[in-house]
Unconditional design. Structure first.
Length: 252
């Protein structure tokens, strides 16, 4: 892994990064529409509340992922013009996005995908976008180990699907666009999986419209983010109580 890419996994992005990403990917992604639904508005009850839907399902590769992939690949080429190969691991959407981003830049995409990934997405990576798929077992350890082995045989840069400042900045352009299209939003609901989109959109919204509330949403049956936040809170609480228990003997 090149040093620059490792730095992008630890650096915290800022609004300037999002704005730079918007310029970097301009003309290469769709400015997706914001749609409304009067039936859903009525379901909210009396009042003037309205729902707006930022339709990234109409984006290239069918998902917002192309934004982060394009930004990360473009920045990589700017820093290291001799780069020819890029590696990642993904279950599908980032895999397709990175393969397309590499194709547009004339690079080779090496994508590690679990055996359980949808066939249509594997075919898209290889047949539509010209990447190469390496299959692995459906667990994080094997994904990372397989990606590491690929990188040992190919002099490549690694771009993570979400744990990367440039990827987060690219996904954050969704938030920049949304606020340009609907500037007076009271709240934004963002789906959260790995956290790249959630982090980027939250950064954009809080920087440009701090009074706007941001909610992260995930399925009840796959509430990884909520569980991690809850576990962290419980750990902090336990640590706090531990300190109190240790101090108790010194109280009069």
């Amino acid at each position: 892994m090149c040093g620059e890419c490792e730095a992008d996994r630890t650096r915290r992005p800022c609004l300037d990064d999002l704005q730079a990403a918007a310029k970097r990917i301009a003309g290469q992604v769709h400015r997706t529409p914001v749609l409304t639904c009067s039936t859903l508005d009525k379901m909210l009850g009396p009042g003037k509340r309205r729902l707006h839907f930022k339709c990234e399902n109409f984006q290239k590769v069918g998902a917002f992922k192309i934004r982060g992939a394009l930004n990360a690949v473009a920045a990589l080429v700017e820093r290291h013009p001799k780069t020819r190969d890029v590696v990642t691991h993904s279950s599908g959407n980032h895999a397709q996005a990175l393969a397309l981003a590499c194709k547009l830049r004339g690079l080779n995409a090496h994508v590690v995908m679990p055996e359980t990934a949808p066939l249509v997405k594997k075919q898209a990576v290889e047949q539509t976008y010209g990447g190469r798929v390496y299959q692995c077992k459906a667990n994080l350890r094997d994904r990372e180990d397989t990606a590491r082995r690929v990188m040992e045989t190919v002099d490549a840069a690694f771009i993570h699907a979400f744990d990367n400042a440039l990827v987060i900045a690219g996904q954050g352009t969704v938030g920049l666009e949304l606020l340009e299209q609907i500037p007076d939003l009271d709240a934004v609901v963002v789906p959260v999986g790995g956290g790249g989109l959630a982090a980027g959109v939250t950064l954009a919204v809080k920087a440009l419209r701090p009074q706007c509330r941001v909610f992260l949403a995930e399925p009840l049956g796959a509430d990884d983010a909520h569980s991690r936040v809850r576990s962290a809170a419980q750990a902090r609480q336990a640590q706090h109580h531990g300190r109190r228990a240790a101090d108790h003997p010194r109280l009069p």
